[in-house]
Design a protein around this ligand. Structure first.
Ligand SMILES: [Zn+2]
Length: 257
């Protein structure tokens, strides 16, 4: 069960010889060591130990714009706000048909940034590149997503069942069958397990909590407060990745935090 939990673990991961975002050699183009989850996402006291991996400057530049938006959202949950000029988050009041007052909505929060984090966690745990274009994948964000069409707000159903995926990970946590990244004073918690599907191929189920994102859930419109997802890479299960436990048992609610 590979894990990355200490400063020493994180330093070891930083010695990868490929860009975790595109998979090409880092010697080929200008590269830096880049934070997988942007440093600004965390309060100063929680910025270490962090997952910092090699990435090309150009590859990271694309990710940085997504990261900045999410980091500003999390900062807002701590009561820290950027200047108006530096603000990247587009916040709007939205009117829901079933609510008497407008709610706060944020435009353009993309799943894509979570995939780039998952690429980083995969590279750190297994020393392998997870192609960004992996076709069989699904992710749900911690908050409810909706499309504003005319005067109506339409909820977008998650492309997976986040509660089921989370339960799969939690069951395997108790049998020590999960791989994990636990960094930034516990403010980043990623756990995953590999399951074999009916076609014999392997897929990875993951559960991710990034500090602060859960605080952005509006209880009036719901949201899970966590990120969960699934991917099925063409390369299959990395050799050292943990296989799921076939044991089935009930989980008490008090143990699922
Ligand atoms: Zn690259």
């Amino acid at each position: 069960m590979p894990s990355v939990q200490t400063r020493k673990d994180a330093q070891r991961c930083g010695r990868l010889e490929f860009c975790y975002l595109c998979g090409e050699s880092i010697a080929a183009q200008q590269s830096n060591s880049e934070h997988v989850v942007a440093k600004k996402t965390f309060a100063v006291a929680d910025r270490e130990p962090a997952l910092v991996l090699p990435a090309h400057v150009d590859c990271n530049a694309e990710k940085a714009a997504h990261d900045e938006r999410l980091a500003q959202l999390v900062q807002a949950s701590r009561g820290e706000y950027p200047s108006r000029r530096a603000q990247k988050v587009d916040i709007q009041p939205l009117q829901c048909e079933n609510l008497p007052h407008p709610i706060t909505g944020v435009r353009s929060v993309q799943d894509e940034v979570v995939w780039m984090w998952v690429q980083g966690f995969h590279a750190a745990l297994y020393g392998e590149y997870l192609p960004r274009g992996t076709r069989l994948k699904a992710v749900s964000l911690p908050f409810t997503r909706a499309a504003h069409v005319g005067q109506r707000l339409w909820e977008i159903e998650p492309s997976n069942n986040p509660w089921l995926l989370r339960e799969i990970v939690l069951r395997n946590r108790f049998t020590r069958s999960t791989d994990s990244v636990l960094l930034n004073n516990g403010r980043v918690r990623y756990e995953c397990v590999w399951i074999q599907l009916e076609d014999g191929r392997w897929g990875c189920v993951f559960f991710l909590v990034v500090a602060g994102l859960e605080l952005l859930v509006n209880p009036e419109v719901g949201g899970t407060g966590f990120t969960a997802g699934f991917y099925k890479p063409v390369a299959g299960r990395p050799r050292c990745a943990s296989k799921h436990s076939p044991l089935v048992f009930s989980i008490m609610p008090s143990l699922t935090a």
